[in-house]
Design a protein around this ligand. Structure first.
Ligand code: S3P
Length: 336
């Protein structure tokens, strides 16, 4: 796996998302500004005060040159967060590309103002007219960012991205669009089937059809192959086991979505609802039958509000539609 190099304007989320991405991938995280501060023995604002922007840029380029030089084919990959102005030196652009896959976090001036508008420690925004300054700098730098980005991500504007959930969303989307770069992979869909679904083809065939659980798995695996994704199919008749599986999913670094048919737990398991809430991937609830046209108790789902979508009444195809939705959501988010 190659290094992942995050670029973008100050306040775009490089550090927060970078840390979470490194944690998810179990690789080191380096913040270039922090490295420069350590080398200089003073904060960035002090370097600017004593040496001016020129002095800071010299240090920044020198560090980048050393990082590229020391990049060894055998060393484990890392996530690097760069300073917002690193692209302003032309010679840094090929160096950034050499350092790894460059991901640009595109962000609006309004969002930057919300996040760092009042931060007095930002030397590039010193003085009055901060908003104007942000707009000018962004206009100037945007072509430079674009010149070096392998991947452009605009969804860092999502307000929630400062939360773990938002950061994870960023990481997932980053991985989705990095797939074609052969970099890190987050391409798995977990398909959870709850109670009695192992009895497909045996139980109430008029309602659930004659196809078996094994046939369902085969269809899911075929669909996963078509979508270029991996699917893990898992079934249990036990509420606690389903919760354990969802909690495991929280830690699964490769996961982009969960398809769940909670069976009859759908109608009363607040515990499964709560477990679903803690998994920050796209979640789709699926029911083979039309739960709205059966017994009254089936028309209520306590688990669906914890999911992004509910599909019912489409037979086994509902699972495949859910997988398509998850794949499309990841791809769309990556393109935005
Ligand atoms: C700068 C952004 C800062 C830091 C320095 C210069 C810039 O990094 O490198 O204050 O020119 O935009 P962040 O983008 O990590 O805030």
């Amino acid at each position: 796996m190659d290094n992942i190099v995050l670029i973008g304007f100050m306040g775009s989320g490089k550090t927060g998302v970078g840390r979470e991405l490194a944690r998810l991938l179990s690789i080191p995280f380096y913040d270039m500004d922090e490295m420069l501060e350590q080398e200089a023995g003073m904060p960035v604002s002090e370097i600017f005060r004593l040496e001016g922007e020129e002095g800071f840029r010299k240090r920044e380029s020198s560090l980048l040159t050393r990082l590229v030089r020391d990049k060894s084919g055998n060393a484990s990959a890392a996530v690097y967060s760069t300073g917002g102005g690193i692209v302003t030196r032309k010679e840094n652009i090929p160096l950034l590309k050499k350092l790894g896959t460059v991901v640009l976090f595109k962000v609006s001036p309004g969002t930057v103002m919300e996040r760092v508008g009042n931060d007095a420690s930002r030397p590039m925004l010193a003085g009055s007219g901060r908003e104007k300054r942000v707009r000018e700098l962004m206009q100037l730098r945007t072509p430079m960012y674009l010149a070096c980005a392998d991947i452009v991500l605009a969804w860092t504007d999502i307000q929630k991205r400062r939360t773990r959930c938002g950061q994870r969303l960023c990481c997932r989307n980053m991985a989705a669009c990095n797939r074609q770069h052969g970099g890190f992979h987050m391409n798995k869909i977990l398909v959870i089937n709850g109670p009695n679904l192992n009895f497909l083809g045996i139980r109430e065939t008029k309602v659930y059809g004659t196809e078996s659980y094994n046939t369902l798995i085969q269809k899911i695996q075929k669909k996963a192959g078509e979508l270029g994704l991996e699917a893990e199919c898992w079934q249990s008749n036990h509420e606690g086991a389903i919760i354990d599986k969802l909690q495991e999913a929280y830690y699964d670094k490769s996961l982009i979505g969960v398809v769940i048919n909670p069976g009859a737990y759908t109608h009363y398991s607040y515990a499964i609802h709560d477990a679903l809430k803690s998994v920050f991937v796209t979640k789709v609830e699926v029911h083979i039958s039309d739960i709205q046209s059966r017994e009254a108790f089936r028309s209520i789902s306590v688990t669906a509000p914890a999911c992004d979508l509910q599909i019912y009444g489409h037979g086994l195809d509902g699972y495949l539609e859910a997988m398509e939705y998850i794949g499309k959501t990841a791809a769309d988010a990556a393109r935005k």
